[in-house]
Design a protein around this ligand. Sequence first.
Ligand code: TXA
Ligand code: MG
Length: 358
Amino acid sequence: MKTEIIVIDPKRPEQDKLLYCGAVIRYGGIVAFPTETVYGLGASAFSADAASKVFEAKGRPADNPLIVHVCDYDMVKTAARFADEGQCRLFYLLGNEFWPGPLTMIVNKRDSVPDNITCGLGTVGIRMPSNKIAAGLIRAAGVPIAAPSANSSGRPSPTRFSHVLEDMRGKIDVIIDGGDCSVGVESTVLSLAGNEPMILRPGAVTRADVERVCGRCEEYDWRKNDKPVDRPLSPGMKYRHYAPKARMTVYSGEKTDVEARILQKIFEEKTSGKRVGVLATDDQICYYKGADIVLSLGPENDPEEHARRLFDALRKFDEEGADAIYAYSLGLGGVDNAVMNRMFRAAGGTIEEVGPEK
Ligand code: TXA
Ligand code: MG
């Protein structure tokens, strides 16, 4: 299949280009487009056929539902209905505060959304993105857009046009080149379907943010258990994710202990003929000159920058042919909690605690 590339100005999206891309979606095609979080792989949220093409292009398991993207509250009503007054009240309260932006809310669905998009669940994830190209594209399409992240299933999510090109060229109708994503990790997935609001996937909107607005919020503890469960709250939780091709290990512990361990690993890997990568923050990279590839997530105390750089760094390690990647844990404040969640999953669901050398 020939994939058309369309360059759109992220600051002032050209309306004629948006109209064309919107029509591709409305008539059943697939368009990859930038959002503020990561690039999405968009299809009409009212078309089961278009949605199945999305699953196919990604190689995504059929039991992992897609998020439905809207550009206004009228459009919300075409895809969602509220279980009760309480769900409705929370939805608008949070929408007023965080939309358009990196928050997905899970509410009850309407029959207009085909079952393969929600994987047979009675609920649907709804998000109103703030990125101008994304918002303009949804408006031009005239229908809500179902879109997962535009990576091949299992690979790190795409935060730049080049990442999407790498994974999706030849598999979809159009890729929009709309610059880099400003947030860099996927949206916070917040369920409003249970008794309490519950964060299923951490993102730039944090538990503290949600608590501030609605007084209460639970968070699924991803550190305790990322292993398969029979009926996960969020089906996406059970898959290995965000993974570079290299084997990744994340260490936590005292800085000096972790440094010593990473240096030891660099030596061991190199002795056995492997290419070794290290992922750290600016203050630490100077210690790892012995590694083959050293990438920084930015200043130690800049969680937003860590989020912007993570997925790009994981892909760079692949490009550079790393066999192993060693990383030092970040804190868990702000969006660092989401960054750590993605690193944890990229490492196959573990963080290794390092104590002092004996
Ligand atoms: O930032 C984002 O959310 C990006 C951009 C493109 O908007 N999209 C994204 O989609 O990350 P995806 O498909 O990669 O992740 C969607 C997550 C999955 O973990 C899925 O299981 C969960 O949302 N999800 C979707 N609908 C759900 C539902 N009805 N109930 C529970 N979890 C749901
Ligand atoms: Mg994804």
